[in-house]
Design a protein around this ligand. Structure first.
Ligand SMILES: *Cc1c(COP(=O)(O)O)cnc(C)c1O
Length: 468
C-alpha cells in the first residue's frame, strides 16, 4: 500500500471532512499532504500540486514561508496565548495599530474573533446592539444580496444566499431582506459593468426607502461574490450604497474576508470605491493563511454607543476563547511586513496582467460563457449553452472533472460548480500562471466534452453549487 493510501484509510476511519459528502471518497481519493513549499503542496507519495486556490483563499505568500515561520517561532518562545479580557500583549496591540493605519480613515477600533463566520456574527450583533443602545430598537433586520456568502454559523448563513449551504437550515434562519445582486455576469449584452451595477442599485434604493426604519445594516461582499461562483461587479455600486446607507441611517458591513489583503488589486476592495464602511470584516489572508483569526474594524461612533458605566448594561459582552491569539497576531504582523517590504500590491499588477493574457483564449471556447477578472482573481464560467448562458445542471458536476484532471497534472483547481477559478498565492510566477491556464484549458475541454447522465433529485433547487 502506498503511503498516501495508508493515511487516507486511517483518515476515513475517523474523520468527518468539511463541506463534503463523505461517500464521494469511495470514488475520489483523499490527498494527504506531507509538506508545503511555496505555491506547492506535496503528498505522501511525493506528488506535487500547485495550489491555485490558495488553500481556500487564505494563503497569499506560499506555504512554509520562512519569514512568517520565523515570526511565529519567535513569538512561541515568548507567549503562546493569554486571555484577552483584562489582559493584553504586544502582538495584538501592534497588529491593531497596523490595521487601523492601513484600512480606510474612520475605522479606529478592532475586535477579534477566531474565524470569518464569527467575525460576521460580531458585525451583525454590534450593529443590532448599537441601534438598541441608541434608542432605535426597531432597527433589527439585515439587507443582503442574492448569491452572497458570509459563512456557516446560523446568523452568517441567514445573510447568505447560496442555496447549497442554506436551504436545509431555512427554519433556523433570521428573516432578511434579499436584494438582487449587481452581478455583472447577468448584465444585458453590450452593457458595461458600471452601467449594470448602477442600474441594479435601484433595487437596493427601493428596499432602503421602504424599510429603513426596521433595517440595522446592509451586508455585502465588495466587488467579488466568492462562494457564489466568483461573480463580480463594479465599485460604483459600493459608492451608491455608502451614500444611501448615510441617507437612510443604516450601517454598511463590508465582508472582505475573502477579498481583503490584495485580492481585488488594492489592499482592500473598499479603496476602489473610495469609501469607509461602518464595519470591515477581515480574516482568511489576514494571517497569511497560517492560523485562524478574524478582525472586525469599526468606527469610534459605534464604539462610543457601548462605552458607559457597567450598570447601564450597554457593553458588548461577546467573547471567543482564543480572541487575539498571540501566534495568530504574529503571523498577521509578518504578513503585513511582507506586503510592505515587497511592495506586493504593485508587483501583483504584472501577475494579474499575466492571468488575463493566459486565460483570454478561453473566452472563445464554445462552452465558456465568460472569463472575468478582478485583480488577482480570474473565473471561467462553463455553460451548457453559450448564447443563452444556460448553466449545466448542477448534478452533472462538471467542475469535479476539471478538479480531477488538474490533480493528475499537478494542480489544485477546485471549481465552484461550473466555475473554474484561480486565486493563487501572490508568490506564483508568470510561468506557473501559464501552466495553470494550460491545465484549466485541458480540464475544461474534458469536462465539457463528456456526456453526463445523472439522477435528478426531485425538488432540488436550481441554483446549487458544488462545494468550493
Ligand atoms: C470564507 C468566508 C467567510 C467565512 O469564513 P470562515 O473562516 O470560513 O468562517 C465569510 N465570508 C466570506 C466572504 C468568505 O469568503
Amino acid at each position: 500500500m502506498s503511503l498516501n493510501d495508508s493515511w487516507m484509510q486511517r483518515d476515513l476511519a475517523v474523520l468527518w471532512h468539511p463541506c463534503t459528502q463523505m461517500k464521494d471518497h469511495e470514488q475520489l481519493p483523499l490527498i494527504p499532504i506531507r509538506r508545503g513549499d511555496g505555491v506547492w503542496l506535496e503528498d505522501f507519495d511525493g506528488k506535487r500540486y500547485l495550489d491555485a486556490v490558495s488553500s481556500w483563499w487564505v494563503n497569499v505568500f506560499g506555504h512554509a514561508n520562512q519569514r512568517i515561520n520565523q515570526r511565529i517561532k519567535d513569538q512561541l518562545d515568548q507567549l503562546e496565548h493569554v486571555m484577552l479580557a483584562g489582559f493584553s500583549h504586544q502582538p495584538v496591540v501592534e497588529l491593531s495599530e497596523r490595521l487601523v493605519q492601513i484600512t480606510p480613515p474612520g475605522l479606529d477600533r478592532v475586535f477579534y474573533t477566531d474565524n470569518g463566520s464569527t467575525g460576521i456574527e460580531v458585525a451583525l450583533k454590534m450593529s443590532f446592539h448599537y441601534w438598541r443602545n441608541s434608542g432605535q430598537p426597531n432597527k433589527q433586520r439585515f439587507v443582503t444580496l442574492t448569491n452572497s456568502y458570509h459563512g456557516e454559523t446560523v446568523a452568517a448563513m441567514s445573510v447568505g444566499d447560496v442555496a447549497l449551504f442554506t436551504d436545509t437550515y431555512k427554519p433556523l434562519l433570521l428573516d432578511t431582506f434579499k436584494v438582487p445582486s449587481p452581478d455583472c455576469y447577468l448584465r444585458p449584452d453590450g452593457m458595461s459593468w458600471e452601467e449594470h451595477s448602477r442600474n441594479m442599485f435601484a433595487h437596493m434604493e427601493q428596499t432602503l426607502a421602504d424599510h429603513h426604519r426596521e433595517i440595522a445594516a446592509v451586508i455585502v461582499e465588495p466587488l467579488i461574490q466568492g462562494a457564489g461562483g466568483m461573480r463580480m461587479y463594479h465599485p460604483i455600486y459600493l459608492q451608491l450604497l455608502r451614500d444611501a446607507c448615510d441617507r437612510y441611517d443604516v450601517h454598511l458591513i463590508h465582508d472582505e474576508i475573502a477579498v481583503g489583503f490584495g485580492r481585488t488589486g488594492t489592499m482592500f476592495a473598499c479603496e476602489q470605491a473610495g469609501i469607509t464602511p461602518d464595519f470591515l470584516c477581515l480574516s482568511k489572508a489576514l494571517t497569511g493563511g497560517y492560523l485562524p483569526m478574524a478582525a472586525v474594524l469599526t468606527t469610534d461612533k459605534l464604539y462610543q454607543a457601548f462605552y458607559d458605566d457597567y450598570s447601564t448594561l450597554r457593553a458588548f459582552l461577546h467573547s471567543h476563547t482564543y480572541t487575539g491569539n498571540p501566534l495568530a497576531c504574529a503571523a498577521a504582523l509578518a504578513t503585513l511586513d511582507i506586503f510592505e517590504q515587497d511592495r506586493v500590491i504593485e508587483a501583483n499588477k504584472t501577475l494579474a496582467a499575466r492571468m488575463a493574457t493566459a486565460t483570454a483564449h478561453l473566452a472563445d471556447h464554445p462552452q465558456v460563457a465568460e472569463v472575468r477578472q478582478t485583480g488577482m482573481a480570474v473565473a471561467i464560467e462553463m455553460v451548457a449553452d453559450k448564447a443563452s448562458k444556460t448553466p449545466y445542471p448542477w448534478q452533472e458536476r462538471r467542475g469535479l472533472k476539471v478538479y480531477q484532471h488538474a490533480l493528475q497534472r499537478g494542480a489544485l483547481l477546485r471549481p465552484l460548480g461550473s466555475v473554474v477559478y484561480f486565486l493563487p498565492p501572490y508568490t506564483i510566477t508568470e510561468e506557473q500562471i501559464d501552466f495553470l491556464a494550460e491545465v484549466a484549458t485541458e480540464g475544461i475541454d474534458i469536462a465539457t466534452r463528456a456526456s453526463v447522465r445523472v439522477a435528478v433529485a426531485p425538488g432540488a433547487p436550481a441554483n446549487f453549487h458544488d462545494p468550493g
